[in-house]
Design a protein. Structure first.
Length: 313
């Protein structure tokens, strides 16, 4: 009886973690757009990650009295945090100066394809499966359709800046995938929340250095930051970073990376709807068609994994 209750509780934890990653991360695209209205993107990212990391560290080491991480654990988590958080999230913050939230979210749906291409340990499985190969081709075709044909943009940026923003999101997706796989295959010997705290702090420090190098502090003043940007930052710290990122790392530990990355099915839909509702971003046929093509490719890529996971239950 006790064992059944434990299994039920674990299943609920997994379901809640998936729900958090699905919905919360879809809303962070809008929060980033609001935040960068009066906070420079790399400074916003540094404040987001540093504050979240400090809060998480306080919980782990002052309240829960967790053991201090080793140098090896700190190094592994620092690399993973910079790749995953700075690469995957700060790149989106920077890109949303030039592209819409919905466009950024749809491009991020290519993440499962990067998992296939970068997860070398699984290549024998991935590239021997025609369904996965077909999904890769279909998914990248969708990205090409989106970037090449969608001409609507609420930021009124030049074509070159829009292209730079789109490419930054693509590069960020690759970095996110590399960090996720690095975290998956490099055990740290420390508990999940300590891993989260270190990764957040590392990404925060790296974002802050990037902010200085990019010259964001030259013309910045805290007095010029709007209330809406502060509220967006608070949401990103507490909900987007601490809650959702912890849930994602938890899912990476208990589910295959391909399954953990299925948040891409829901995130762009949430971002698309919120962008249209709050910042009047147009929902065009090109976006809908491209999203449908990409998600169809994602489904094909992940279908063999879903079948295996179902058989193992």
């Amino acid at each position: 009886m006790q064992e059944n209750k434990l299994m039920d509780r674990n299943q609920w934890n997994i379901l809640l973690a998936f729900a958090a990653v699905y919905i919360i991360w879809g809303s962070t695209y809008l929060a980033l757009m609001i935040g960068i209205q009066s906070l420079p993107p790399f400074l916003l990212s540094s404040l987001r990650f540093l504050l979240a990391g400090i809060l998480m560290s306080g919980w782990c080491f002052l309240i829960k009295k967790e053991q201090r991480p080793s140098a090896k654990s700190t190094g592994i988590n620092s690399i993973a945090g910079i790749l995953t958080l700075f690469g995957g999230s700060a790149s989106v913050a920077w890109a949303e100066q030039y592209i819409s939230t919905s466009l950024a979210a749809i491009i991020v749906t290519a993440v499962p394809f990067w998992f296939v291409l970068l997860d070398k340990k699984q290549w024998s499985f991935y590239f021997s499966n025609k369904t996965i190969i077909a999904g890769l081709i279909l998914g990248f075709a969708g990205v090409v359709v989106l970037v090449g044909l969608d001409k609507t943009n609420t930021t009124h940026s030049s074509t070159s800046n829009q292209l730079a923003g789109a490419l930054a999101v693509v590069a960020g997706g690759i970095a996110w995938t590399a960090g996720s796989l690095y975290s998956k295959y490099k055990p740290t010997g420390t508990i999940l929340l300590v891993n989260v705290a270190i990764q957040l702090l590392a990404a925060g420090v790296f974002s802050l250095l990037t902010s200085f190098i990019a010259g964001e502090w030259n013309t910045f003043s805290f007095t010029a930051v709007s209330l809406s940007s502060w509220l967006a930052l608070l949401y990103l710290v507490l909900i987007g970073s601490i809650v959702a990122f912890s849930c994602y790392l938890f899912l990476l530990k208990v589910r295959p990376p391909a399954l953990a990355s299925t948040y891409v099915y829901v995130n762009p839909v949430v971002a698309l709807l919120l962008g249209a509702l709050f910042v009047n971003e147009p929902i065009t046929w090109i976006k809908v068609i491209a999203l449908t093509i990409i998600l169809s490719g994602v489904l094909l890529v992940n279908l063999p994994r879903y079948k295996i996971a179902k058989e193992l239950k």
